[in-house]
Design a protein around this ligand. Structure first.
Ligand SMILES: [Zn+2]
Length: 517
């Protein structure tokens, strides 16, 4: 579920002017879940314990070797672009991006420059934390490239050598570039959460930020309104953001810093070169790194070792056919099919595909979507968080939960008793008794929780209780509503598990009816 970051006061703003618009564009890099790397046969696996074992002459950049495109990587890339509503180019090629860095042995990265395989898409994002409306964030392009290796620097300060691990070199990497349509740091976080959800639904990436499968750079500037004039501040790129929280905090910080900087220097967009800034997690500030290279600095040119790729109608149709139901569509369907609120549908969908599957199974089996949603978003989610397990490890299966919930709908169990059974099932699971339908019935019997909603079974007791409490019955007849409570209590003590609603109804009918007689 979305974790909210408290809105902080802009730390450095010396001016109280609020008349500005925040303009954010995000560049997201996602590693694809292929078996092998994008231009060679090396295995594609996160393996920091064994550096440089997943390498070959191609990804080590040896002279005379030839790259061959991994068809599976291209298919996953196409799948993602289609899910992001992109237009797919029928002709696409590979370009070399030249730069020198120790983790890039070829001295160039194979990427896509002027003819990316897809462009002009969009992703819908909730407009606020309550999911009241949706905003469409444009996608400029999605292209495929290879990842670089990883430089490992000694951080003890004892001057040990830096090392290079090339296991990652040549991992298929998607670059997803949004339009500068994002209007707040919180919206940037929501965009990333929705994008991650989509990518994991598609199964194209595990999006594990700790392992670097999903990385994000953020471009941000402000449009200040001064009278009739709109002034844009210089664009800053914030790099090395390794969590969604870091993205939100760094962008919040940048808003204040850019306001402050504009007040003191008056610098506008174009006055100074584009700046790259890093994020200091501990101090929660951004810091200047270097001037940003322009595209012309990379001397892009078409890679002569790789043939361009053409995309046929047949391939596109095939991949379109492989697309699963996407999170946004499923959210909408849950709302309509199960009568859920936008909020509940979002809470369920945002937990990921397996959790939504669990909910759907419970809802179908117990035939009550709202009841299933209440239990799954409150009781199940709370227990999962406490136990720090995901839904696959949750002890109570969807079928068993549905079996329990059906007893509430069938008026065999009160909601409160069902919660007691739920708690006892979990306690049992912890001490080695796995939950099951039989176990549910056993708990209900042992604890006498079964709801007696058979009028015939209650009839005699109710008559006897009224006869014993003539005064209370008369008080009720004379309009003293509270008098009925005592009678209900007495019946309930005699018939454990009696349905209180039914008892009340039968008592009233008998007392009022006997007066009429
Ligand atoms: Zn290789």
């Amino acid at each position: 579920m979305a974790k909210r970051v408290a809105q902080r006061v802009e730390p450095m703003a010396t001016d109280t002017t609020k008349d500005y618009t925040v303009v954010i564009g995000l560049e997201v890099h996602v590693q694809l879940l292929t078996k092998t790397k994008v231009f060679c046969g090396c295995v594609n696996l996160f393996n920091p314990e064994n550096p440089n074992v997943q390498t070959c002459p191609v990804c080590l950049g040896m002279p005379g070797v030839l790259p061959v495109m991994n068809r599976e990587a291209f298919r996953l890339a196409l799948k993602t672009a289609l899910a992001l509503n992109c237009r797919i180019a029928r002709f696409t090629k590979w370009d070399r991006k030249q730069y020198y860095y120790p983790d890039l042995p070829k001295n160039y990265q194979i990427s896509q420059y002027d003819l990316p395989f897809s462009h002009d898409g969009w992703l819908e994002v909730a407009s606020d934390e309550e999911f009241s409306e949706k905003r469409r964030i444009g996608i400029i392009r999605v292209h495929l490239e290879e990842d670089a290796g990883k430089n490992l620097h000694d951080e003890t300060g004892r001057g040990t050598d830096s090392r290079v691990d090339l296991n990652r070199a040549g991992t298929p990497l998607l670059e997803i570039v949004s339009k500068p349509d994002i209007r707040s740091p919180a919206e940037a976080r929501r965009y990333l959460e929705e994008l991650k959800l989509l990518l994991t639904y598609l199964g194209v990436s595990d999006c594990n930020m700790q392992e670097g499968s999903l990385r994000c750079d953020a471009n941000i500037n402000l449009h200040l309104q001064e009278g009739d004039e709109t002034i844009a501040t210089p664009i800053v790129e914030v790099k090395n953001l390794n969590s969604f929280r870091a993205v939100e905090l760094a962008l919040q910080y940048e808003v204040g810093r850019q306001l402050d900087e504009f007040r003191s220097t008056g610098h506008r967009l174009g006055d100074v070169p584009k700046q790259t800034r890093g994020w200091d997690e501990k101090r929660e500030i951004t810091f200047g790194q270097r001037g940003k290279e322009e595209a012309s600095d990379y001397r892009y040119f078409p890679d002569p070792d790789l043939v361009p790729v053409t995309v046929s109608d047949k391939l596109l149709e095939e991949i379109r056919g492989e697309l699963c139901e996407l999170p946004a569509a499923r959210r909408e369907r849950f709302r309509q099919q199960y009568g859920l609120s936008q909020y509940d549908a979002s809470v369920i969908i945002d937990q990921g595909r397996r959790f939504a599957d669990y909910f759907e199974r419970v809802a179908q089996e117990c035939e009550d979507g709202k009841q299933a949603a209440n239990w799954v978003t409150q009781d199940v989610l709370r227990e999962m968080n406490q136990r720090k397990v995901d839904i696959d490890k949750f002890p109570i299966s969807a079928d068993d939960l549905a079996f329990l919930l059906k007893k509430i709908s069938a008026r065999e169990l009160t909601t409160k008793s069902a919660r007691d059974v739920f708690a006892e099932l979990l306690a049992g699971a912890d001490s080695g008794t796995p939950p099951s339908a039989g176990r549910i019935d056993q708990i209900i019997n042992e604890r006498g929780l079964a709801l007696v909603s058979d009028a015939g079974q209650l009839e005699g007791v109710i008559t006897a209780v009224i006869a014993r409490n003539e005064k209370a019955a008369n008080d009720f007849r004379n309009g003293k509503q509270a008098a009925i409570g005592r009678l209900i209590g007495e019946v309930m003590r005699e018939v454990k598990g009696a349905d209180p609603k039914l008892v009340r109804q039968m008592l009233i009918e008998k007392i009022v009816g006997s007066e009429e007689a």
